[in-house]
Design a binder for this molecule. Structure first.
Ligand code: SAM
Ligand code: SF4
Ligand code: F3S
Length: 436
């Protein structure tokens, strides 16, 4: 029996796919390419309509595969599965099972039901903690995702995530630490702590400031060369977290701090809980404490009612903040969210034009940040072969910049000291000065 998993969406989903893979393998399945698999799972995203559109397209393709092989089992997991629920089974008869992000552990039971000729759905599990005892099929040896919480208690007016991932549920710090120790013992060099809003870690148990404490304890685990975390929230990122970063050189000098917009009026309508000035103050304070800090962000254009002037405020924020990178999105109305029902939805061609202008500005600063690294020696974790450059390795700097460099003398999973010799908008080229 062979399985394939196609993953859409964010790192939470990448992590969940590792759990789905582990569960499949515990059932006796082996990993295979899609066209050779007996079980295909789509781990889906619902954050924008475009993400769902890709899944609908893939389901169309899979319908043809299923016609050729009626024994093929097709499952839909993740956020779109949670949003559409059992309706997916009705609308797409080629789908045999639907499993929400809170119900991954029920995959074996769902597979049994499908094999006995029933269709199967499990969607009621939101609001439960990440189970520590689920098997995981980790992708890359050198770098591992570790979930610290699921769900989100915020209510950003544009966002579907709280509806499809449920309320915030934090794991016990001891469970997180045990997982990190286990990873370090098996040669993992970098752990990435994952949560929709890592700064709110522990609040569901009434704890304040628990993330900074967790971060320090993770950084102190023997053998952990690098710690990253995502996502930080500009309203909640606190001084103890910045101080923990300053105190532990193995915590990467990188913050992913989504600003969403540079306009106070839009930020208020988004329900983000900060102003442009507070965001910039926080950034200045972080840079004072941490010096060479890489800051990346998420930005949305075309939120309902966004004027040219308000969009201009976002461009201005990009110039003032000098982000080293940004994910830029056109606002996509999500069913059931507050912003979907707001008046003055922005026409698509205006959104496209704004997105292009924003990307130009973001690319400019990303290129500048890369140029500033030329001639410097950076610590890079070699993650694997560079996909399009045979003989080369690809890895990331502490600031999360992608670097390509010749593999000679070393290999994936090792730390290298790399001199940066050339910069492009999104990537760097380097030569190895020494391997760890
Ligand atoms: N929890 C993180 C946060 O608060 O920034 C990430 C949330 S979401 C998974 C990733 C990004 O998708 C958001 O930061 C936002 O920029 C974008 N996003 C969310 N909902 C959106 C929507 N309806 N339309 C366009 N972009 C959206
Ligand atoms: Fe969505 Fe806001 Fe929660 Fe992020 S913090 S997941 S944008 S509701
Ligand atoms: Fe992630 Fe998409 Fe779900 S961004 S949390 S997979 S809606």
């Amino acid at each position: 029996m062979r399985y394939a998993i196609l993953t859409y969406g964010c790192q939470m989903n990448e992590h969940d796919s590792e759990v789905l893979g582990g569960l499949c393998e515990a059932q006796g399945y082996r990993s295979a390419p899609v066209d050779e698999a007996d079980l295909i799972l789509l781990n889906t995203c619902a954050v924008r309509d475009s993400a769902e559109e890709r899944v609908r397209g893939k389901l169309g393709e899979l319908k043809r595969l299923k016609a050729l092989n009626p024994r093929l089992i097709i499952g839909v997991a993740g956020c779109m599965a949670q949003r559409e629920g059992a309706e997916l089974l009705r609308r797409h008869p080629q789908v045999d099972l639907v499993v929400g992000p809170g119900d991954l552990a029920r995959l074996p039971e769902l597979l049994r039901r499908v094999r006995s000729g029933q269709s199967a759905a499990a969607l009621g599990g939101l609001g439960t903690a990440v189970a520590s005892d689920l098997p995981r099929r980790r992708g890359r040896g050198a770098k591992a995702w570790v979930s610290i919480s699921t769900g989100c208690d915020n209510a950003c007016s544009y966002c579907i995530v709280p509806a499809v991932r449920g309320p915030l549920v934090s794991r016990a710090a001891a469970a997180v630490l045990e997982e990190v120790r286990g990873l370090a013992a098996t040669g993992c060099r970098e752990v990435v702590l994952l949560g929709q809003n890592v700064d709110s870690f522990g609040r569901d148990r009434g704890e304040e400031g628990a993330f900074a404490r967790l971060l320090e304890r993770v950084a102190a685990v023997e053998g952990v060369r690098r710690v990253r975390f995502t996502t930080s929230h500009p309203r909640d990122l606190d001084l103890p977290t910045l101080r923990a970063m300053a105190a532990h050189p193995n915590i990467c000098r990188h913050l992913h701090l989504p600003a969403q917009s540079g306009s106070d009026a839009i930020l208020a309508r988004m329900g983000r809980g900060y102003t442009r000035d507070r965001y910039l103050d926080l950034l200045a304070r972080a840079r004072r404490l941490l010096g060479d800090l890489a800051v990346t962000t998420d930005l949305i254009v075309g939120f309902p009612g966004e004027t040219e002037e308000e969009f201009g405020a976002t461009l201005e924020l990009v110039d003032r903040a000098r982000f080293t990178g940004a994910f830029t999105f056109m606002f996509s109305p999500r069913p059931g969210t507050a912003a979907a029902g707001l008046p003055d939805q922005v026409p698509l061609d205006t959104k496209k034009r704004r997105l292009r202008r924003l990307m130009e500005r973001v690319n400019f600063w990303s290129g500048q940040a890369n140029l500033a690294l030329v001639g410097r020696v950076e610590e890079v974790l070699a993650e694997g072969p560079s996909p399009r450059h045979p003989g080369m390795l690809a890895g990331r700097t502490g600031g999360n910049r992608l670097v390509r460099f010749p593999a000679e003398g070393g290999g994936a999973g090792r730390m290298a000291r790399v001199e940066i010799i050339a910069a492009r908008t999104w990537t760097l080229e380097g030569r190895v000065v020494g391997w760890e």
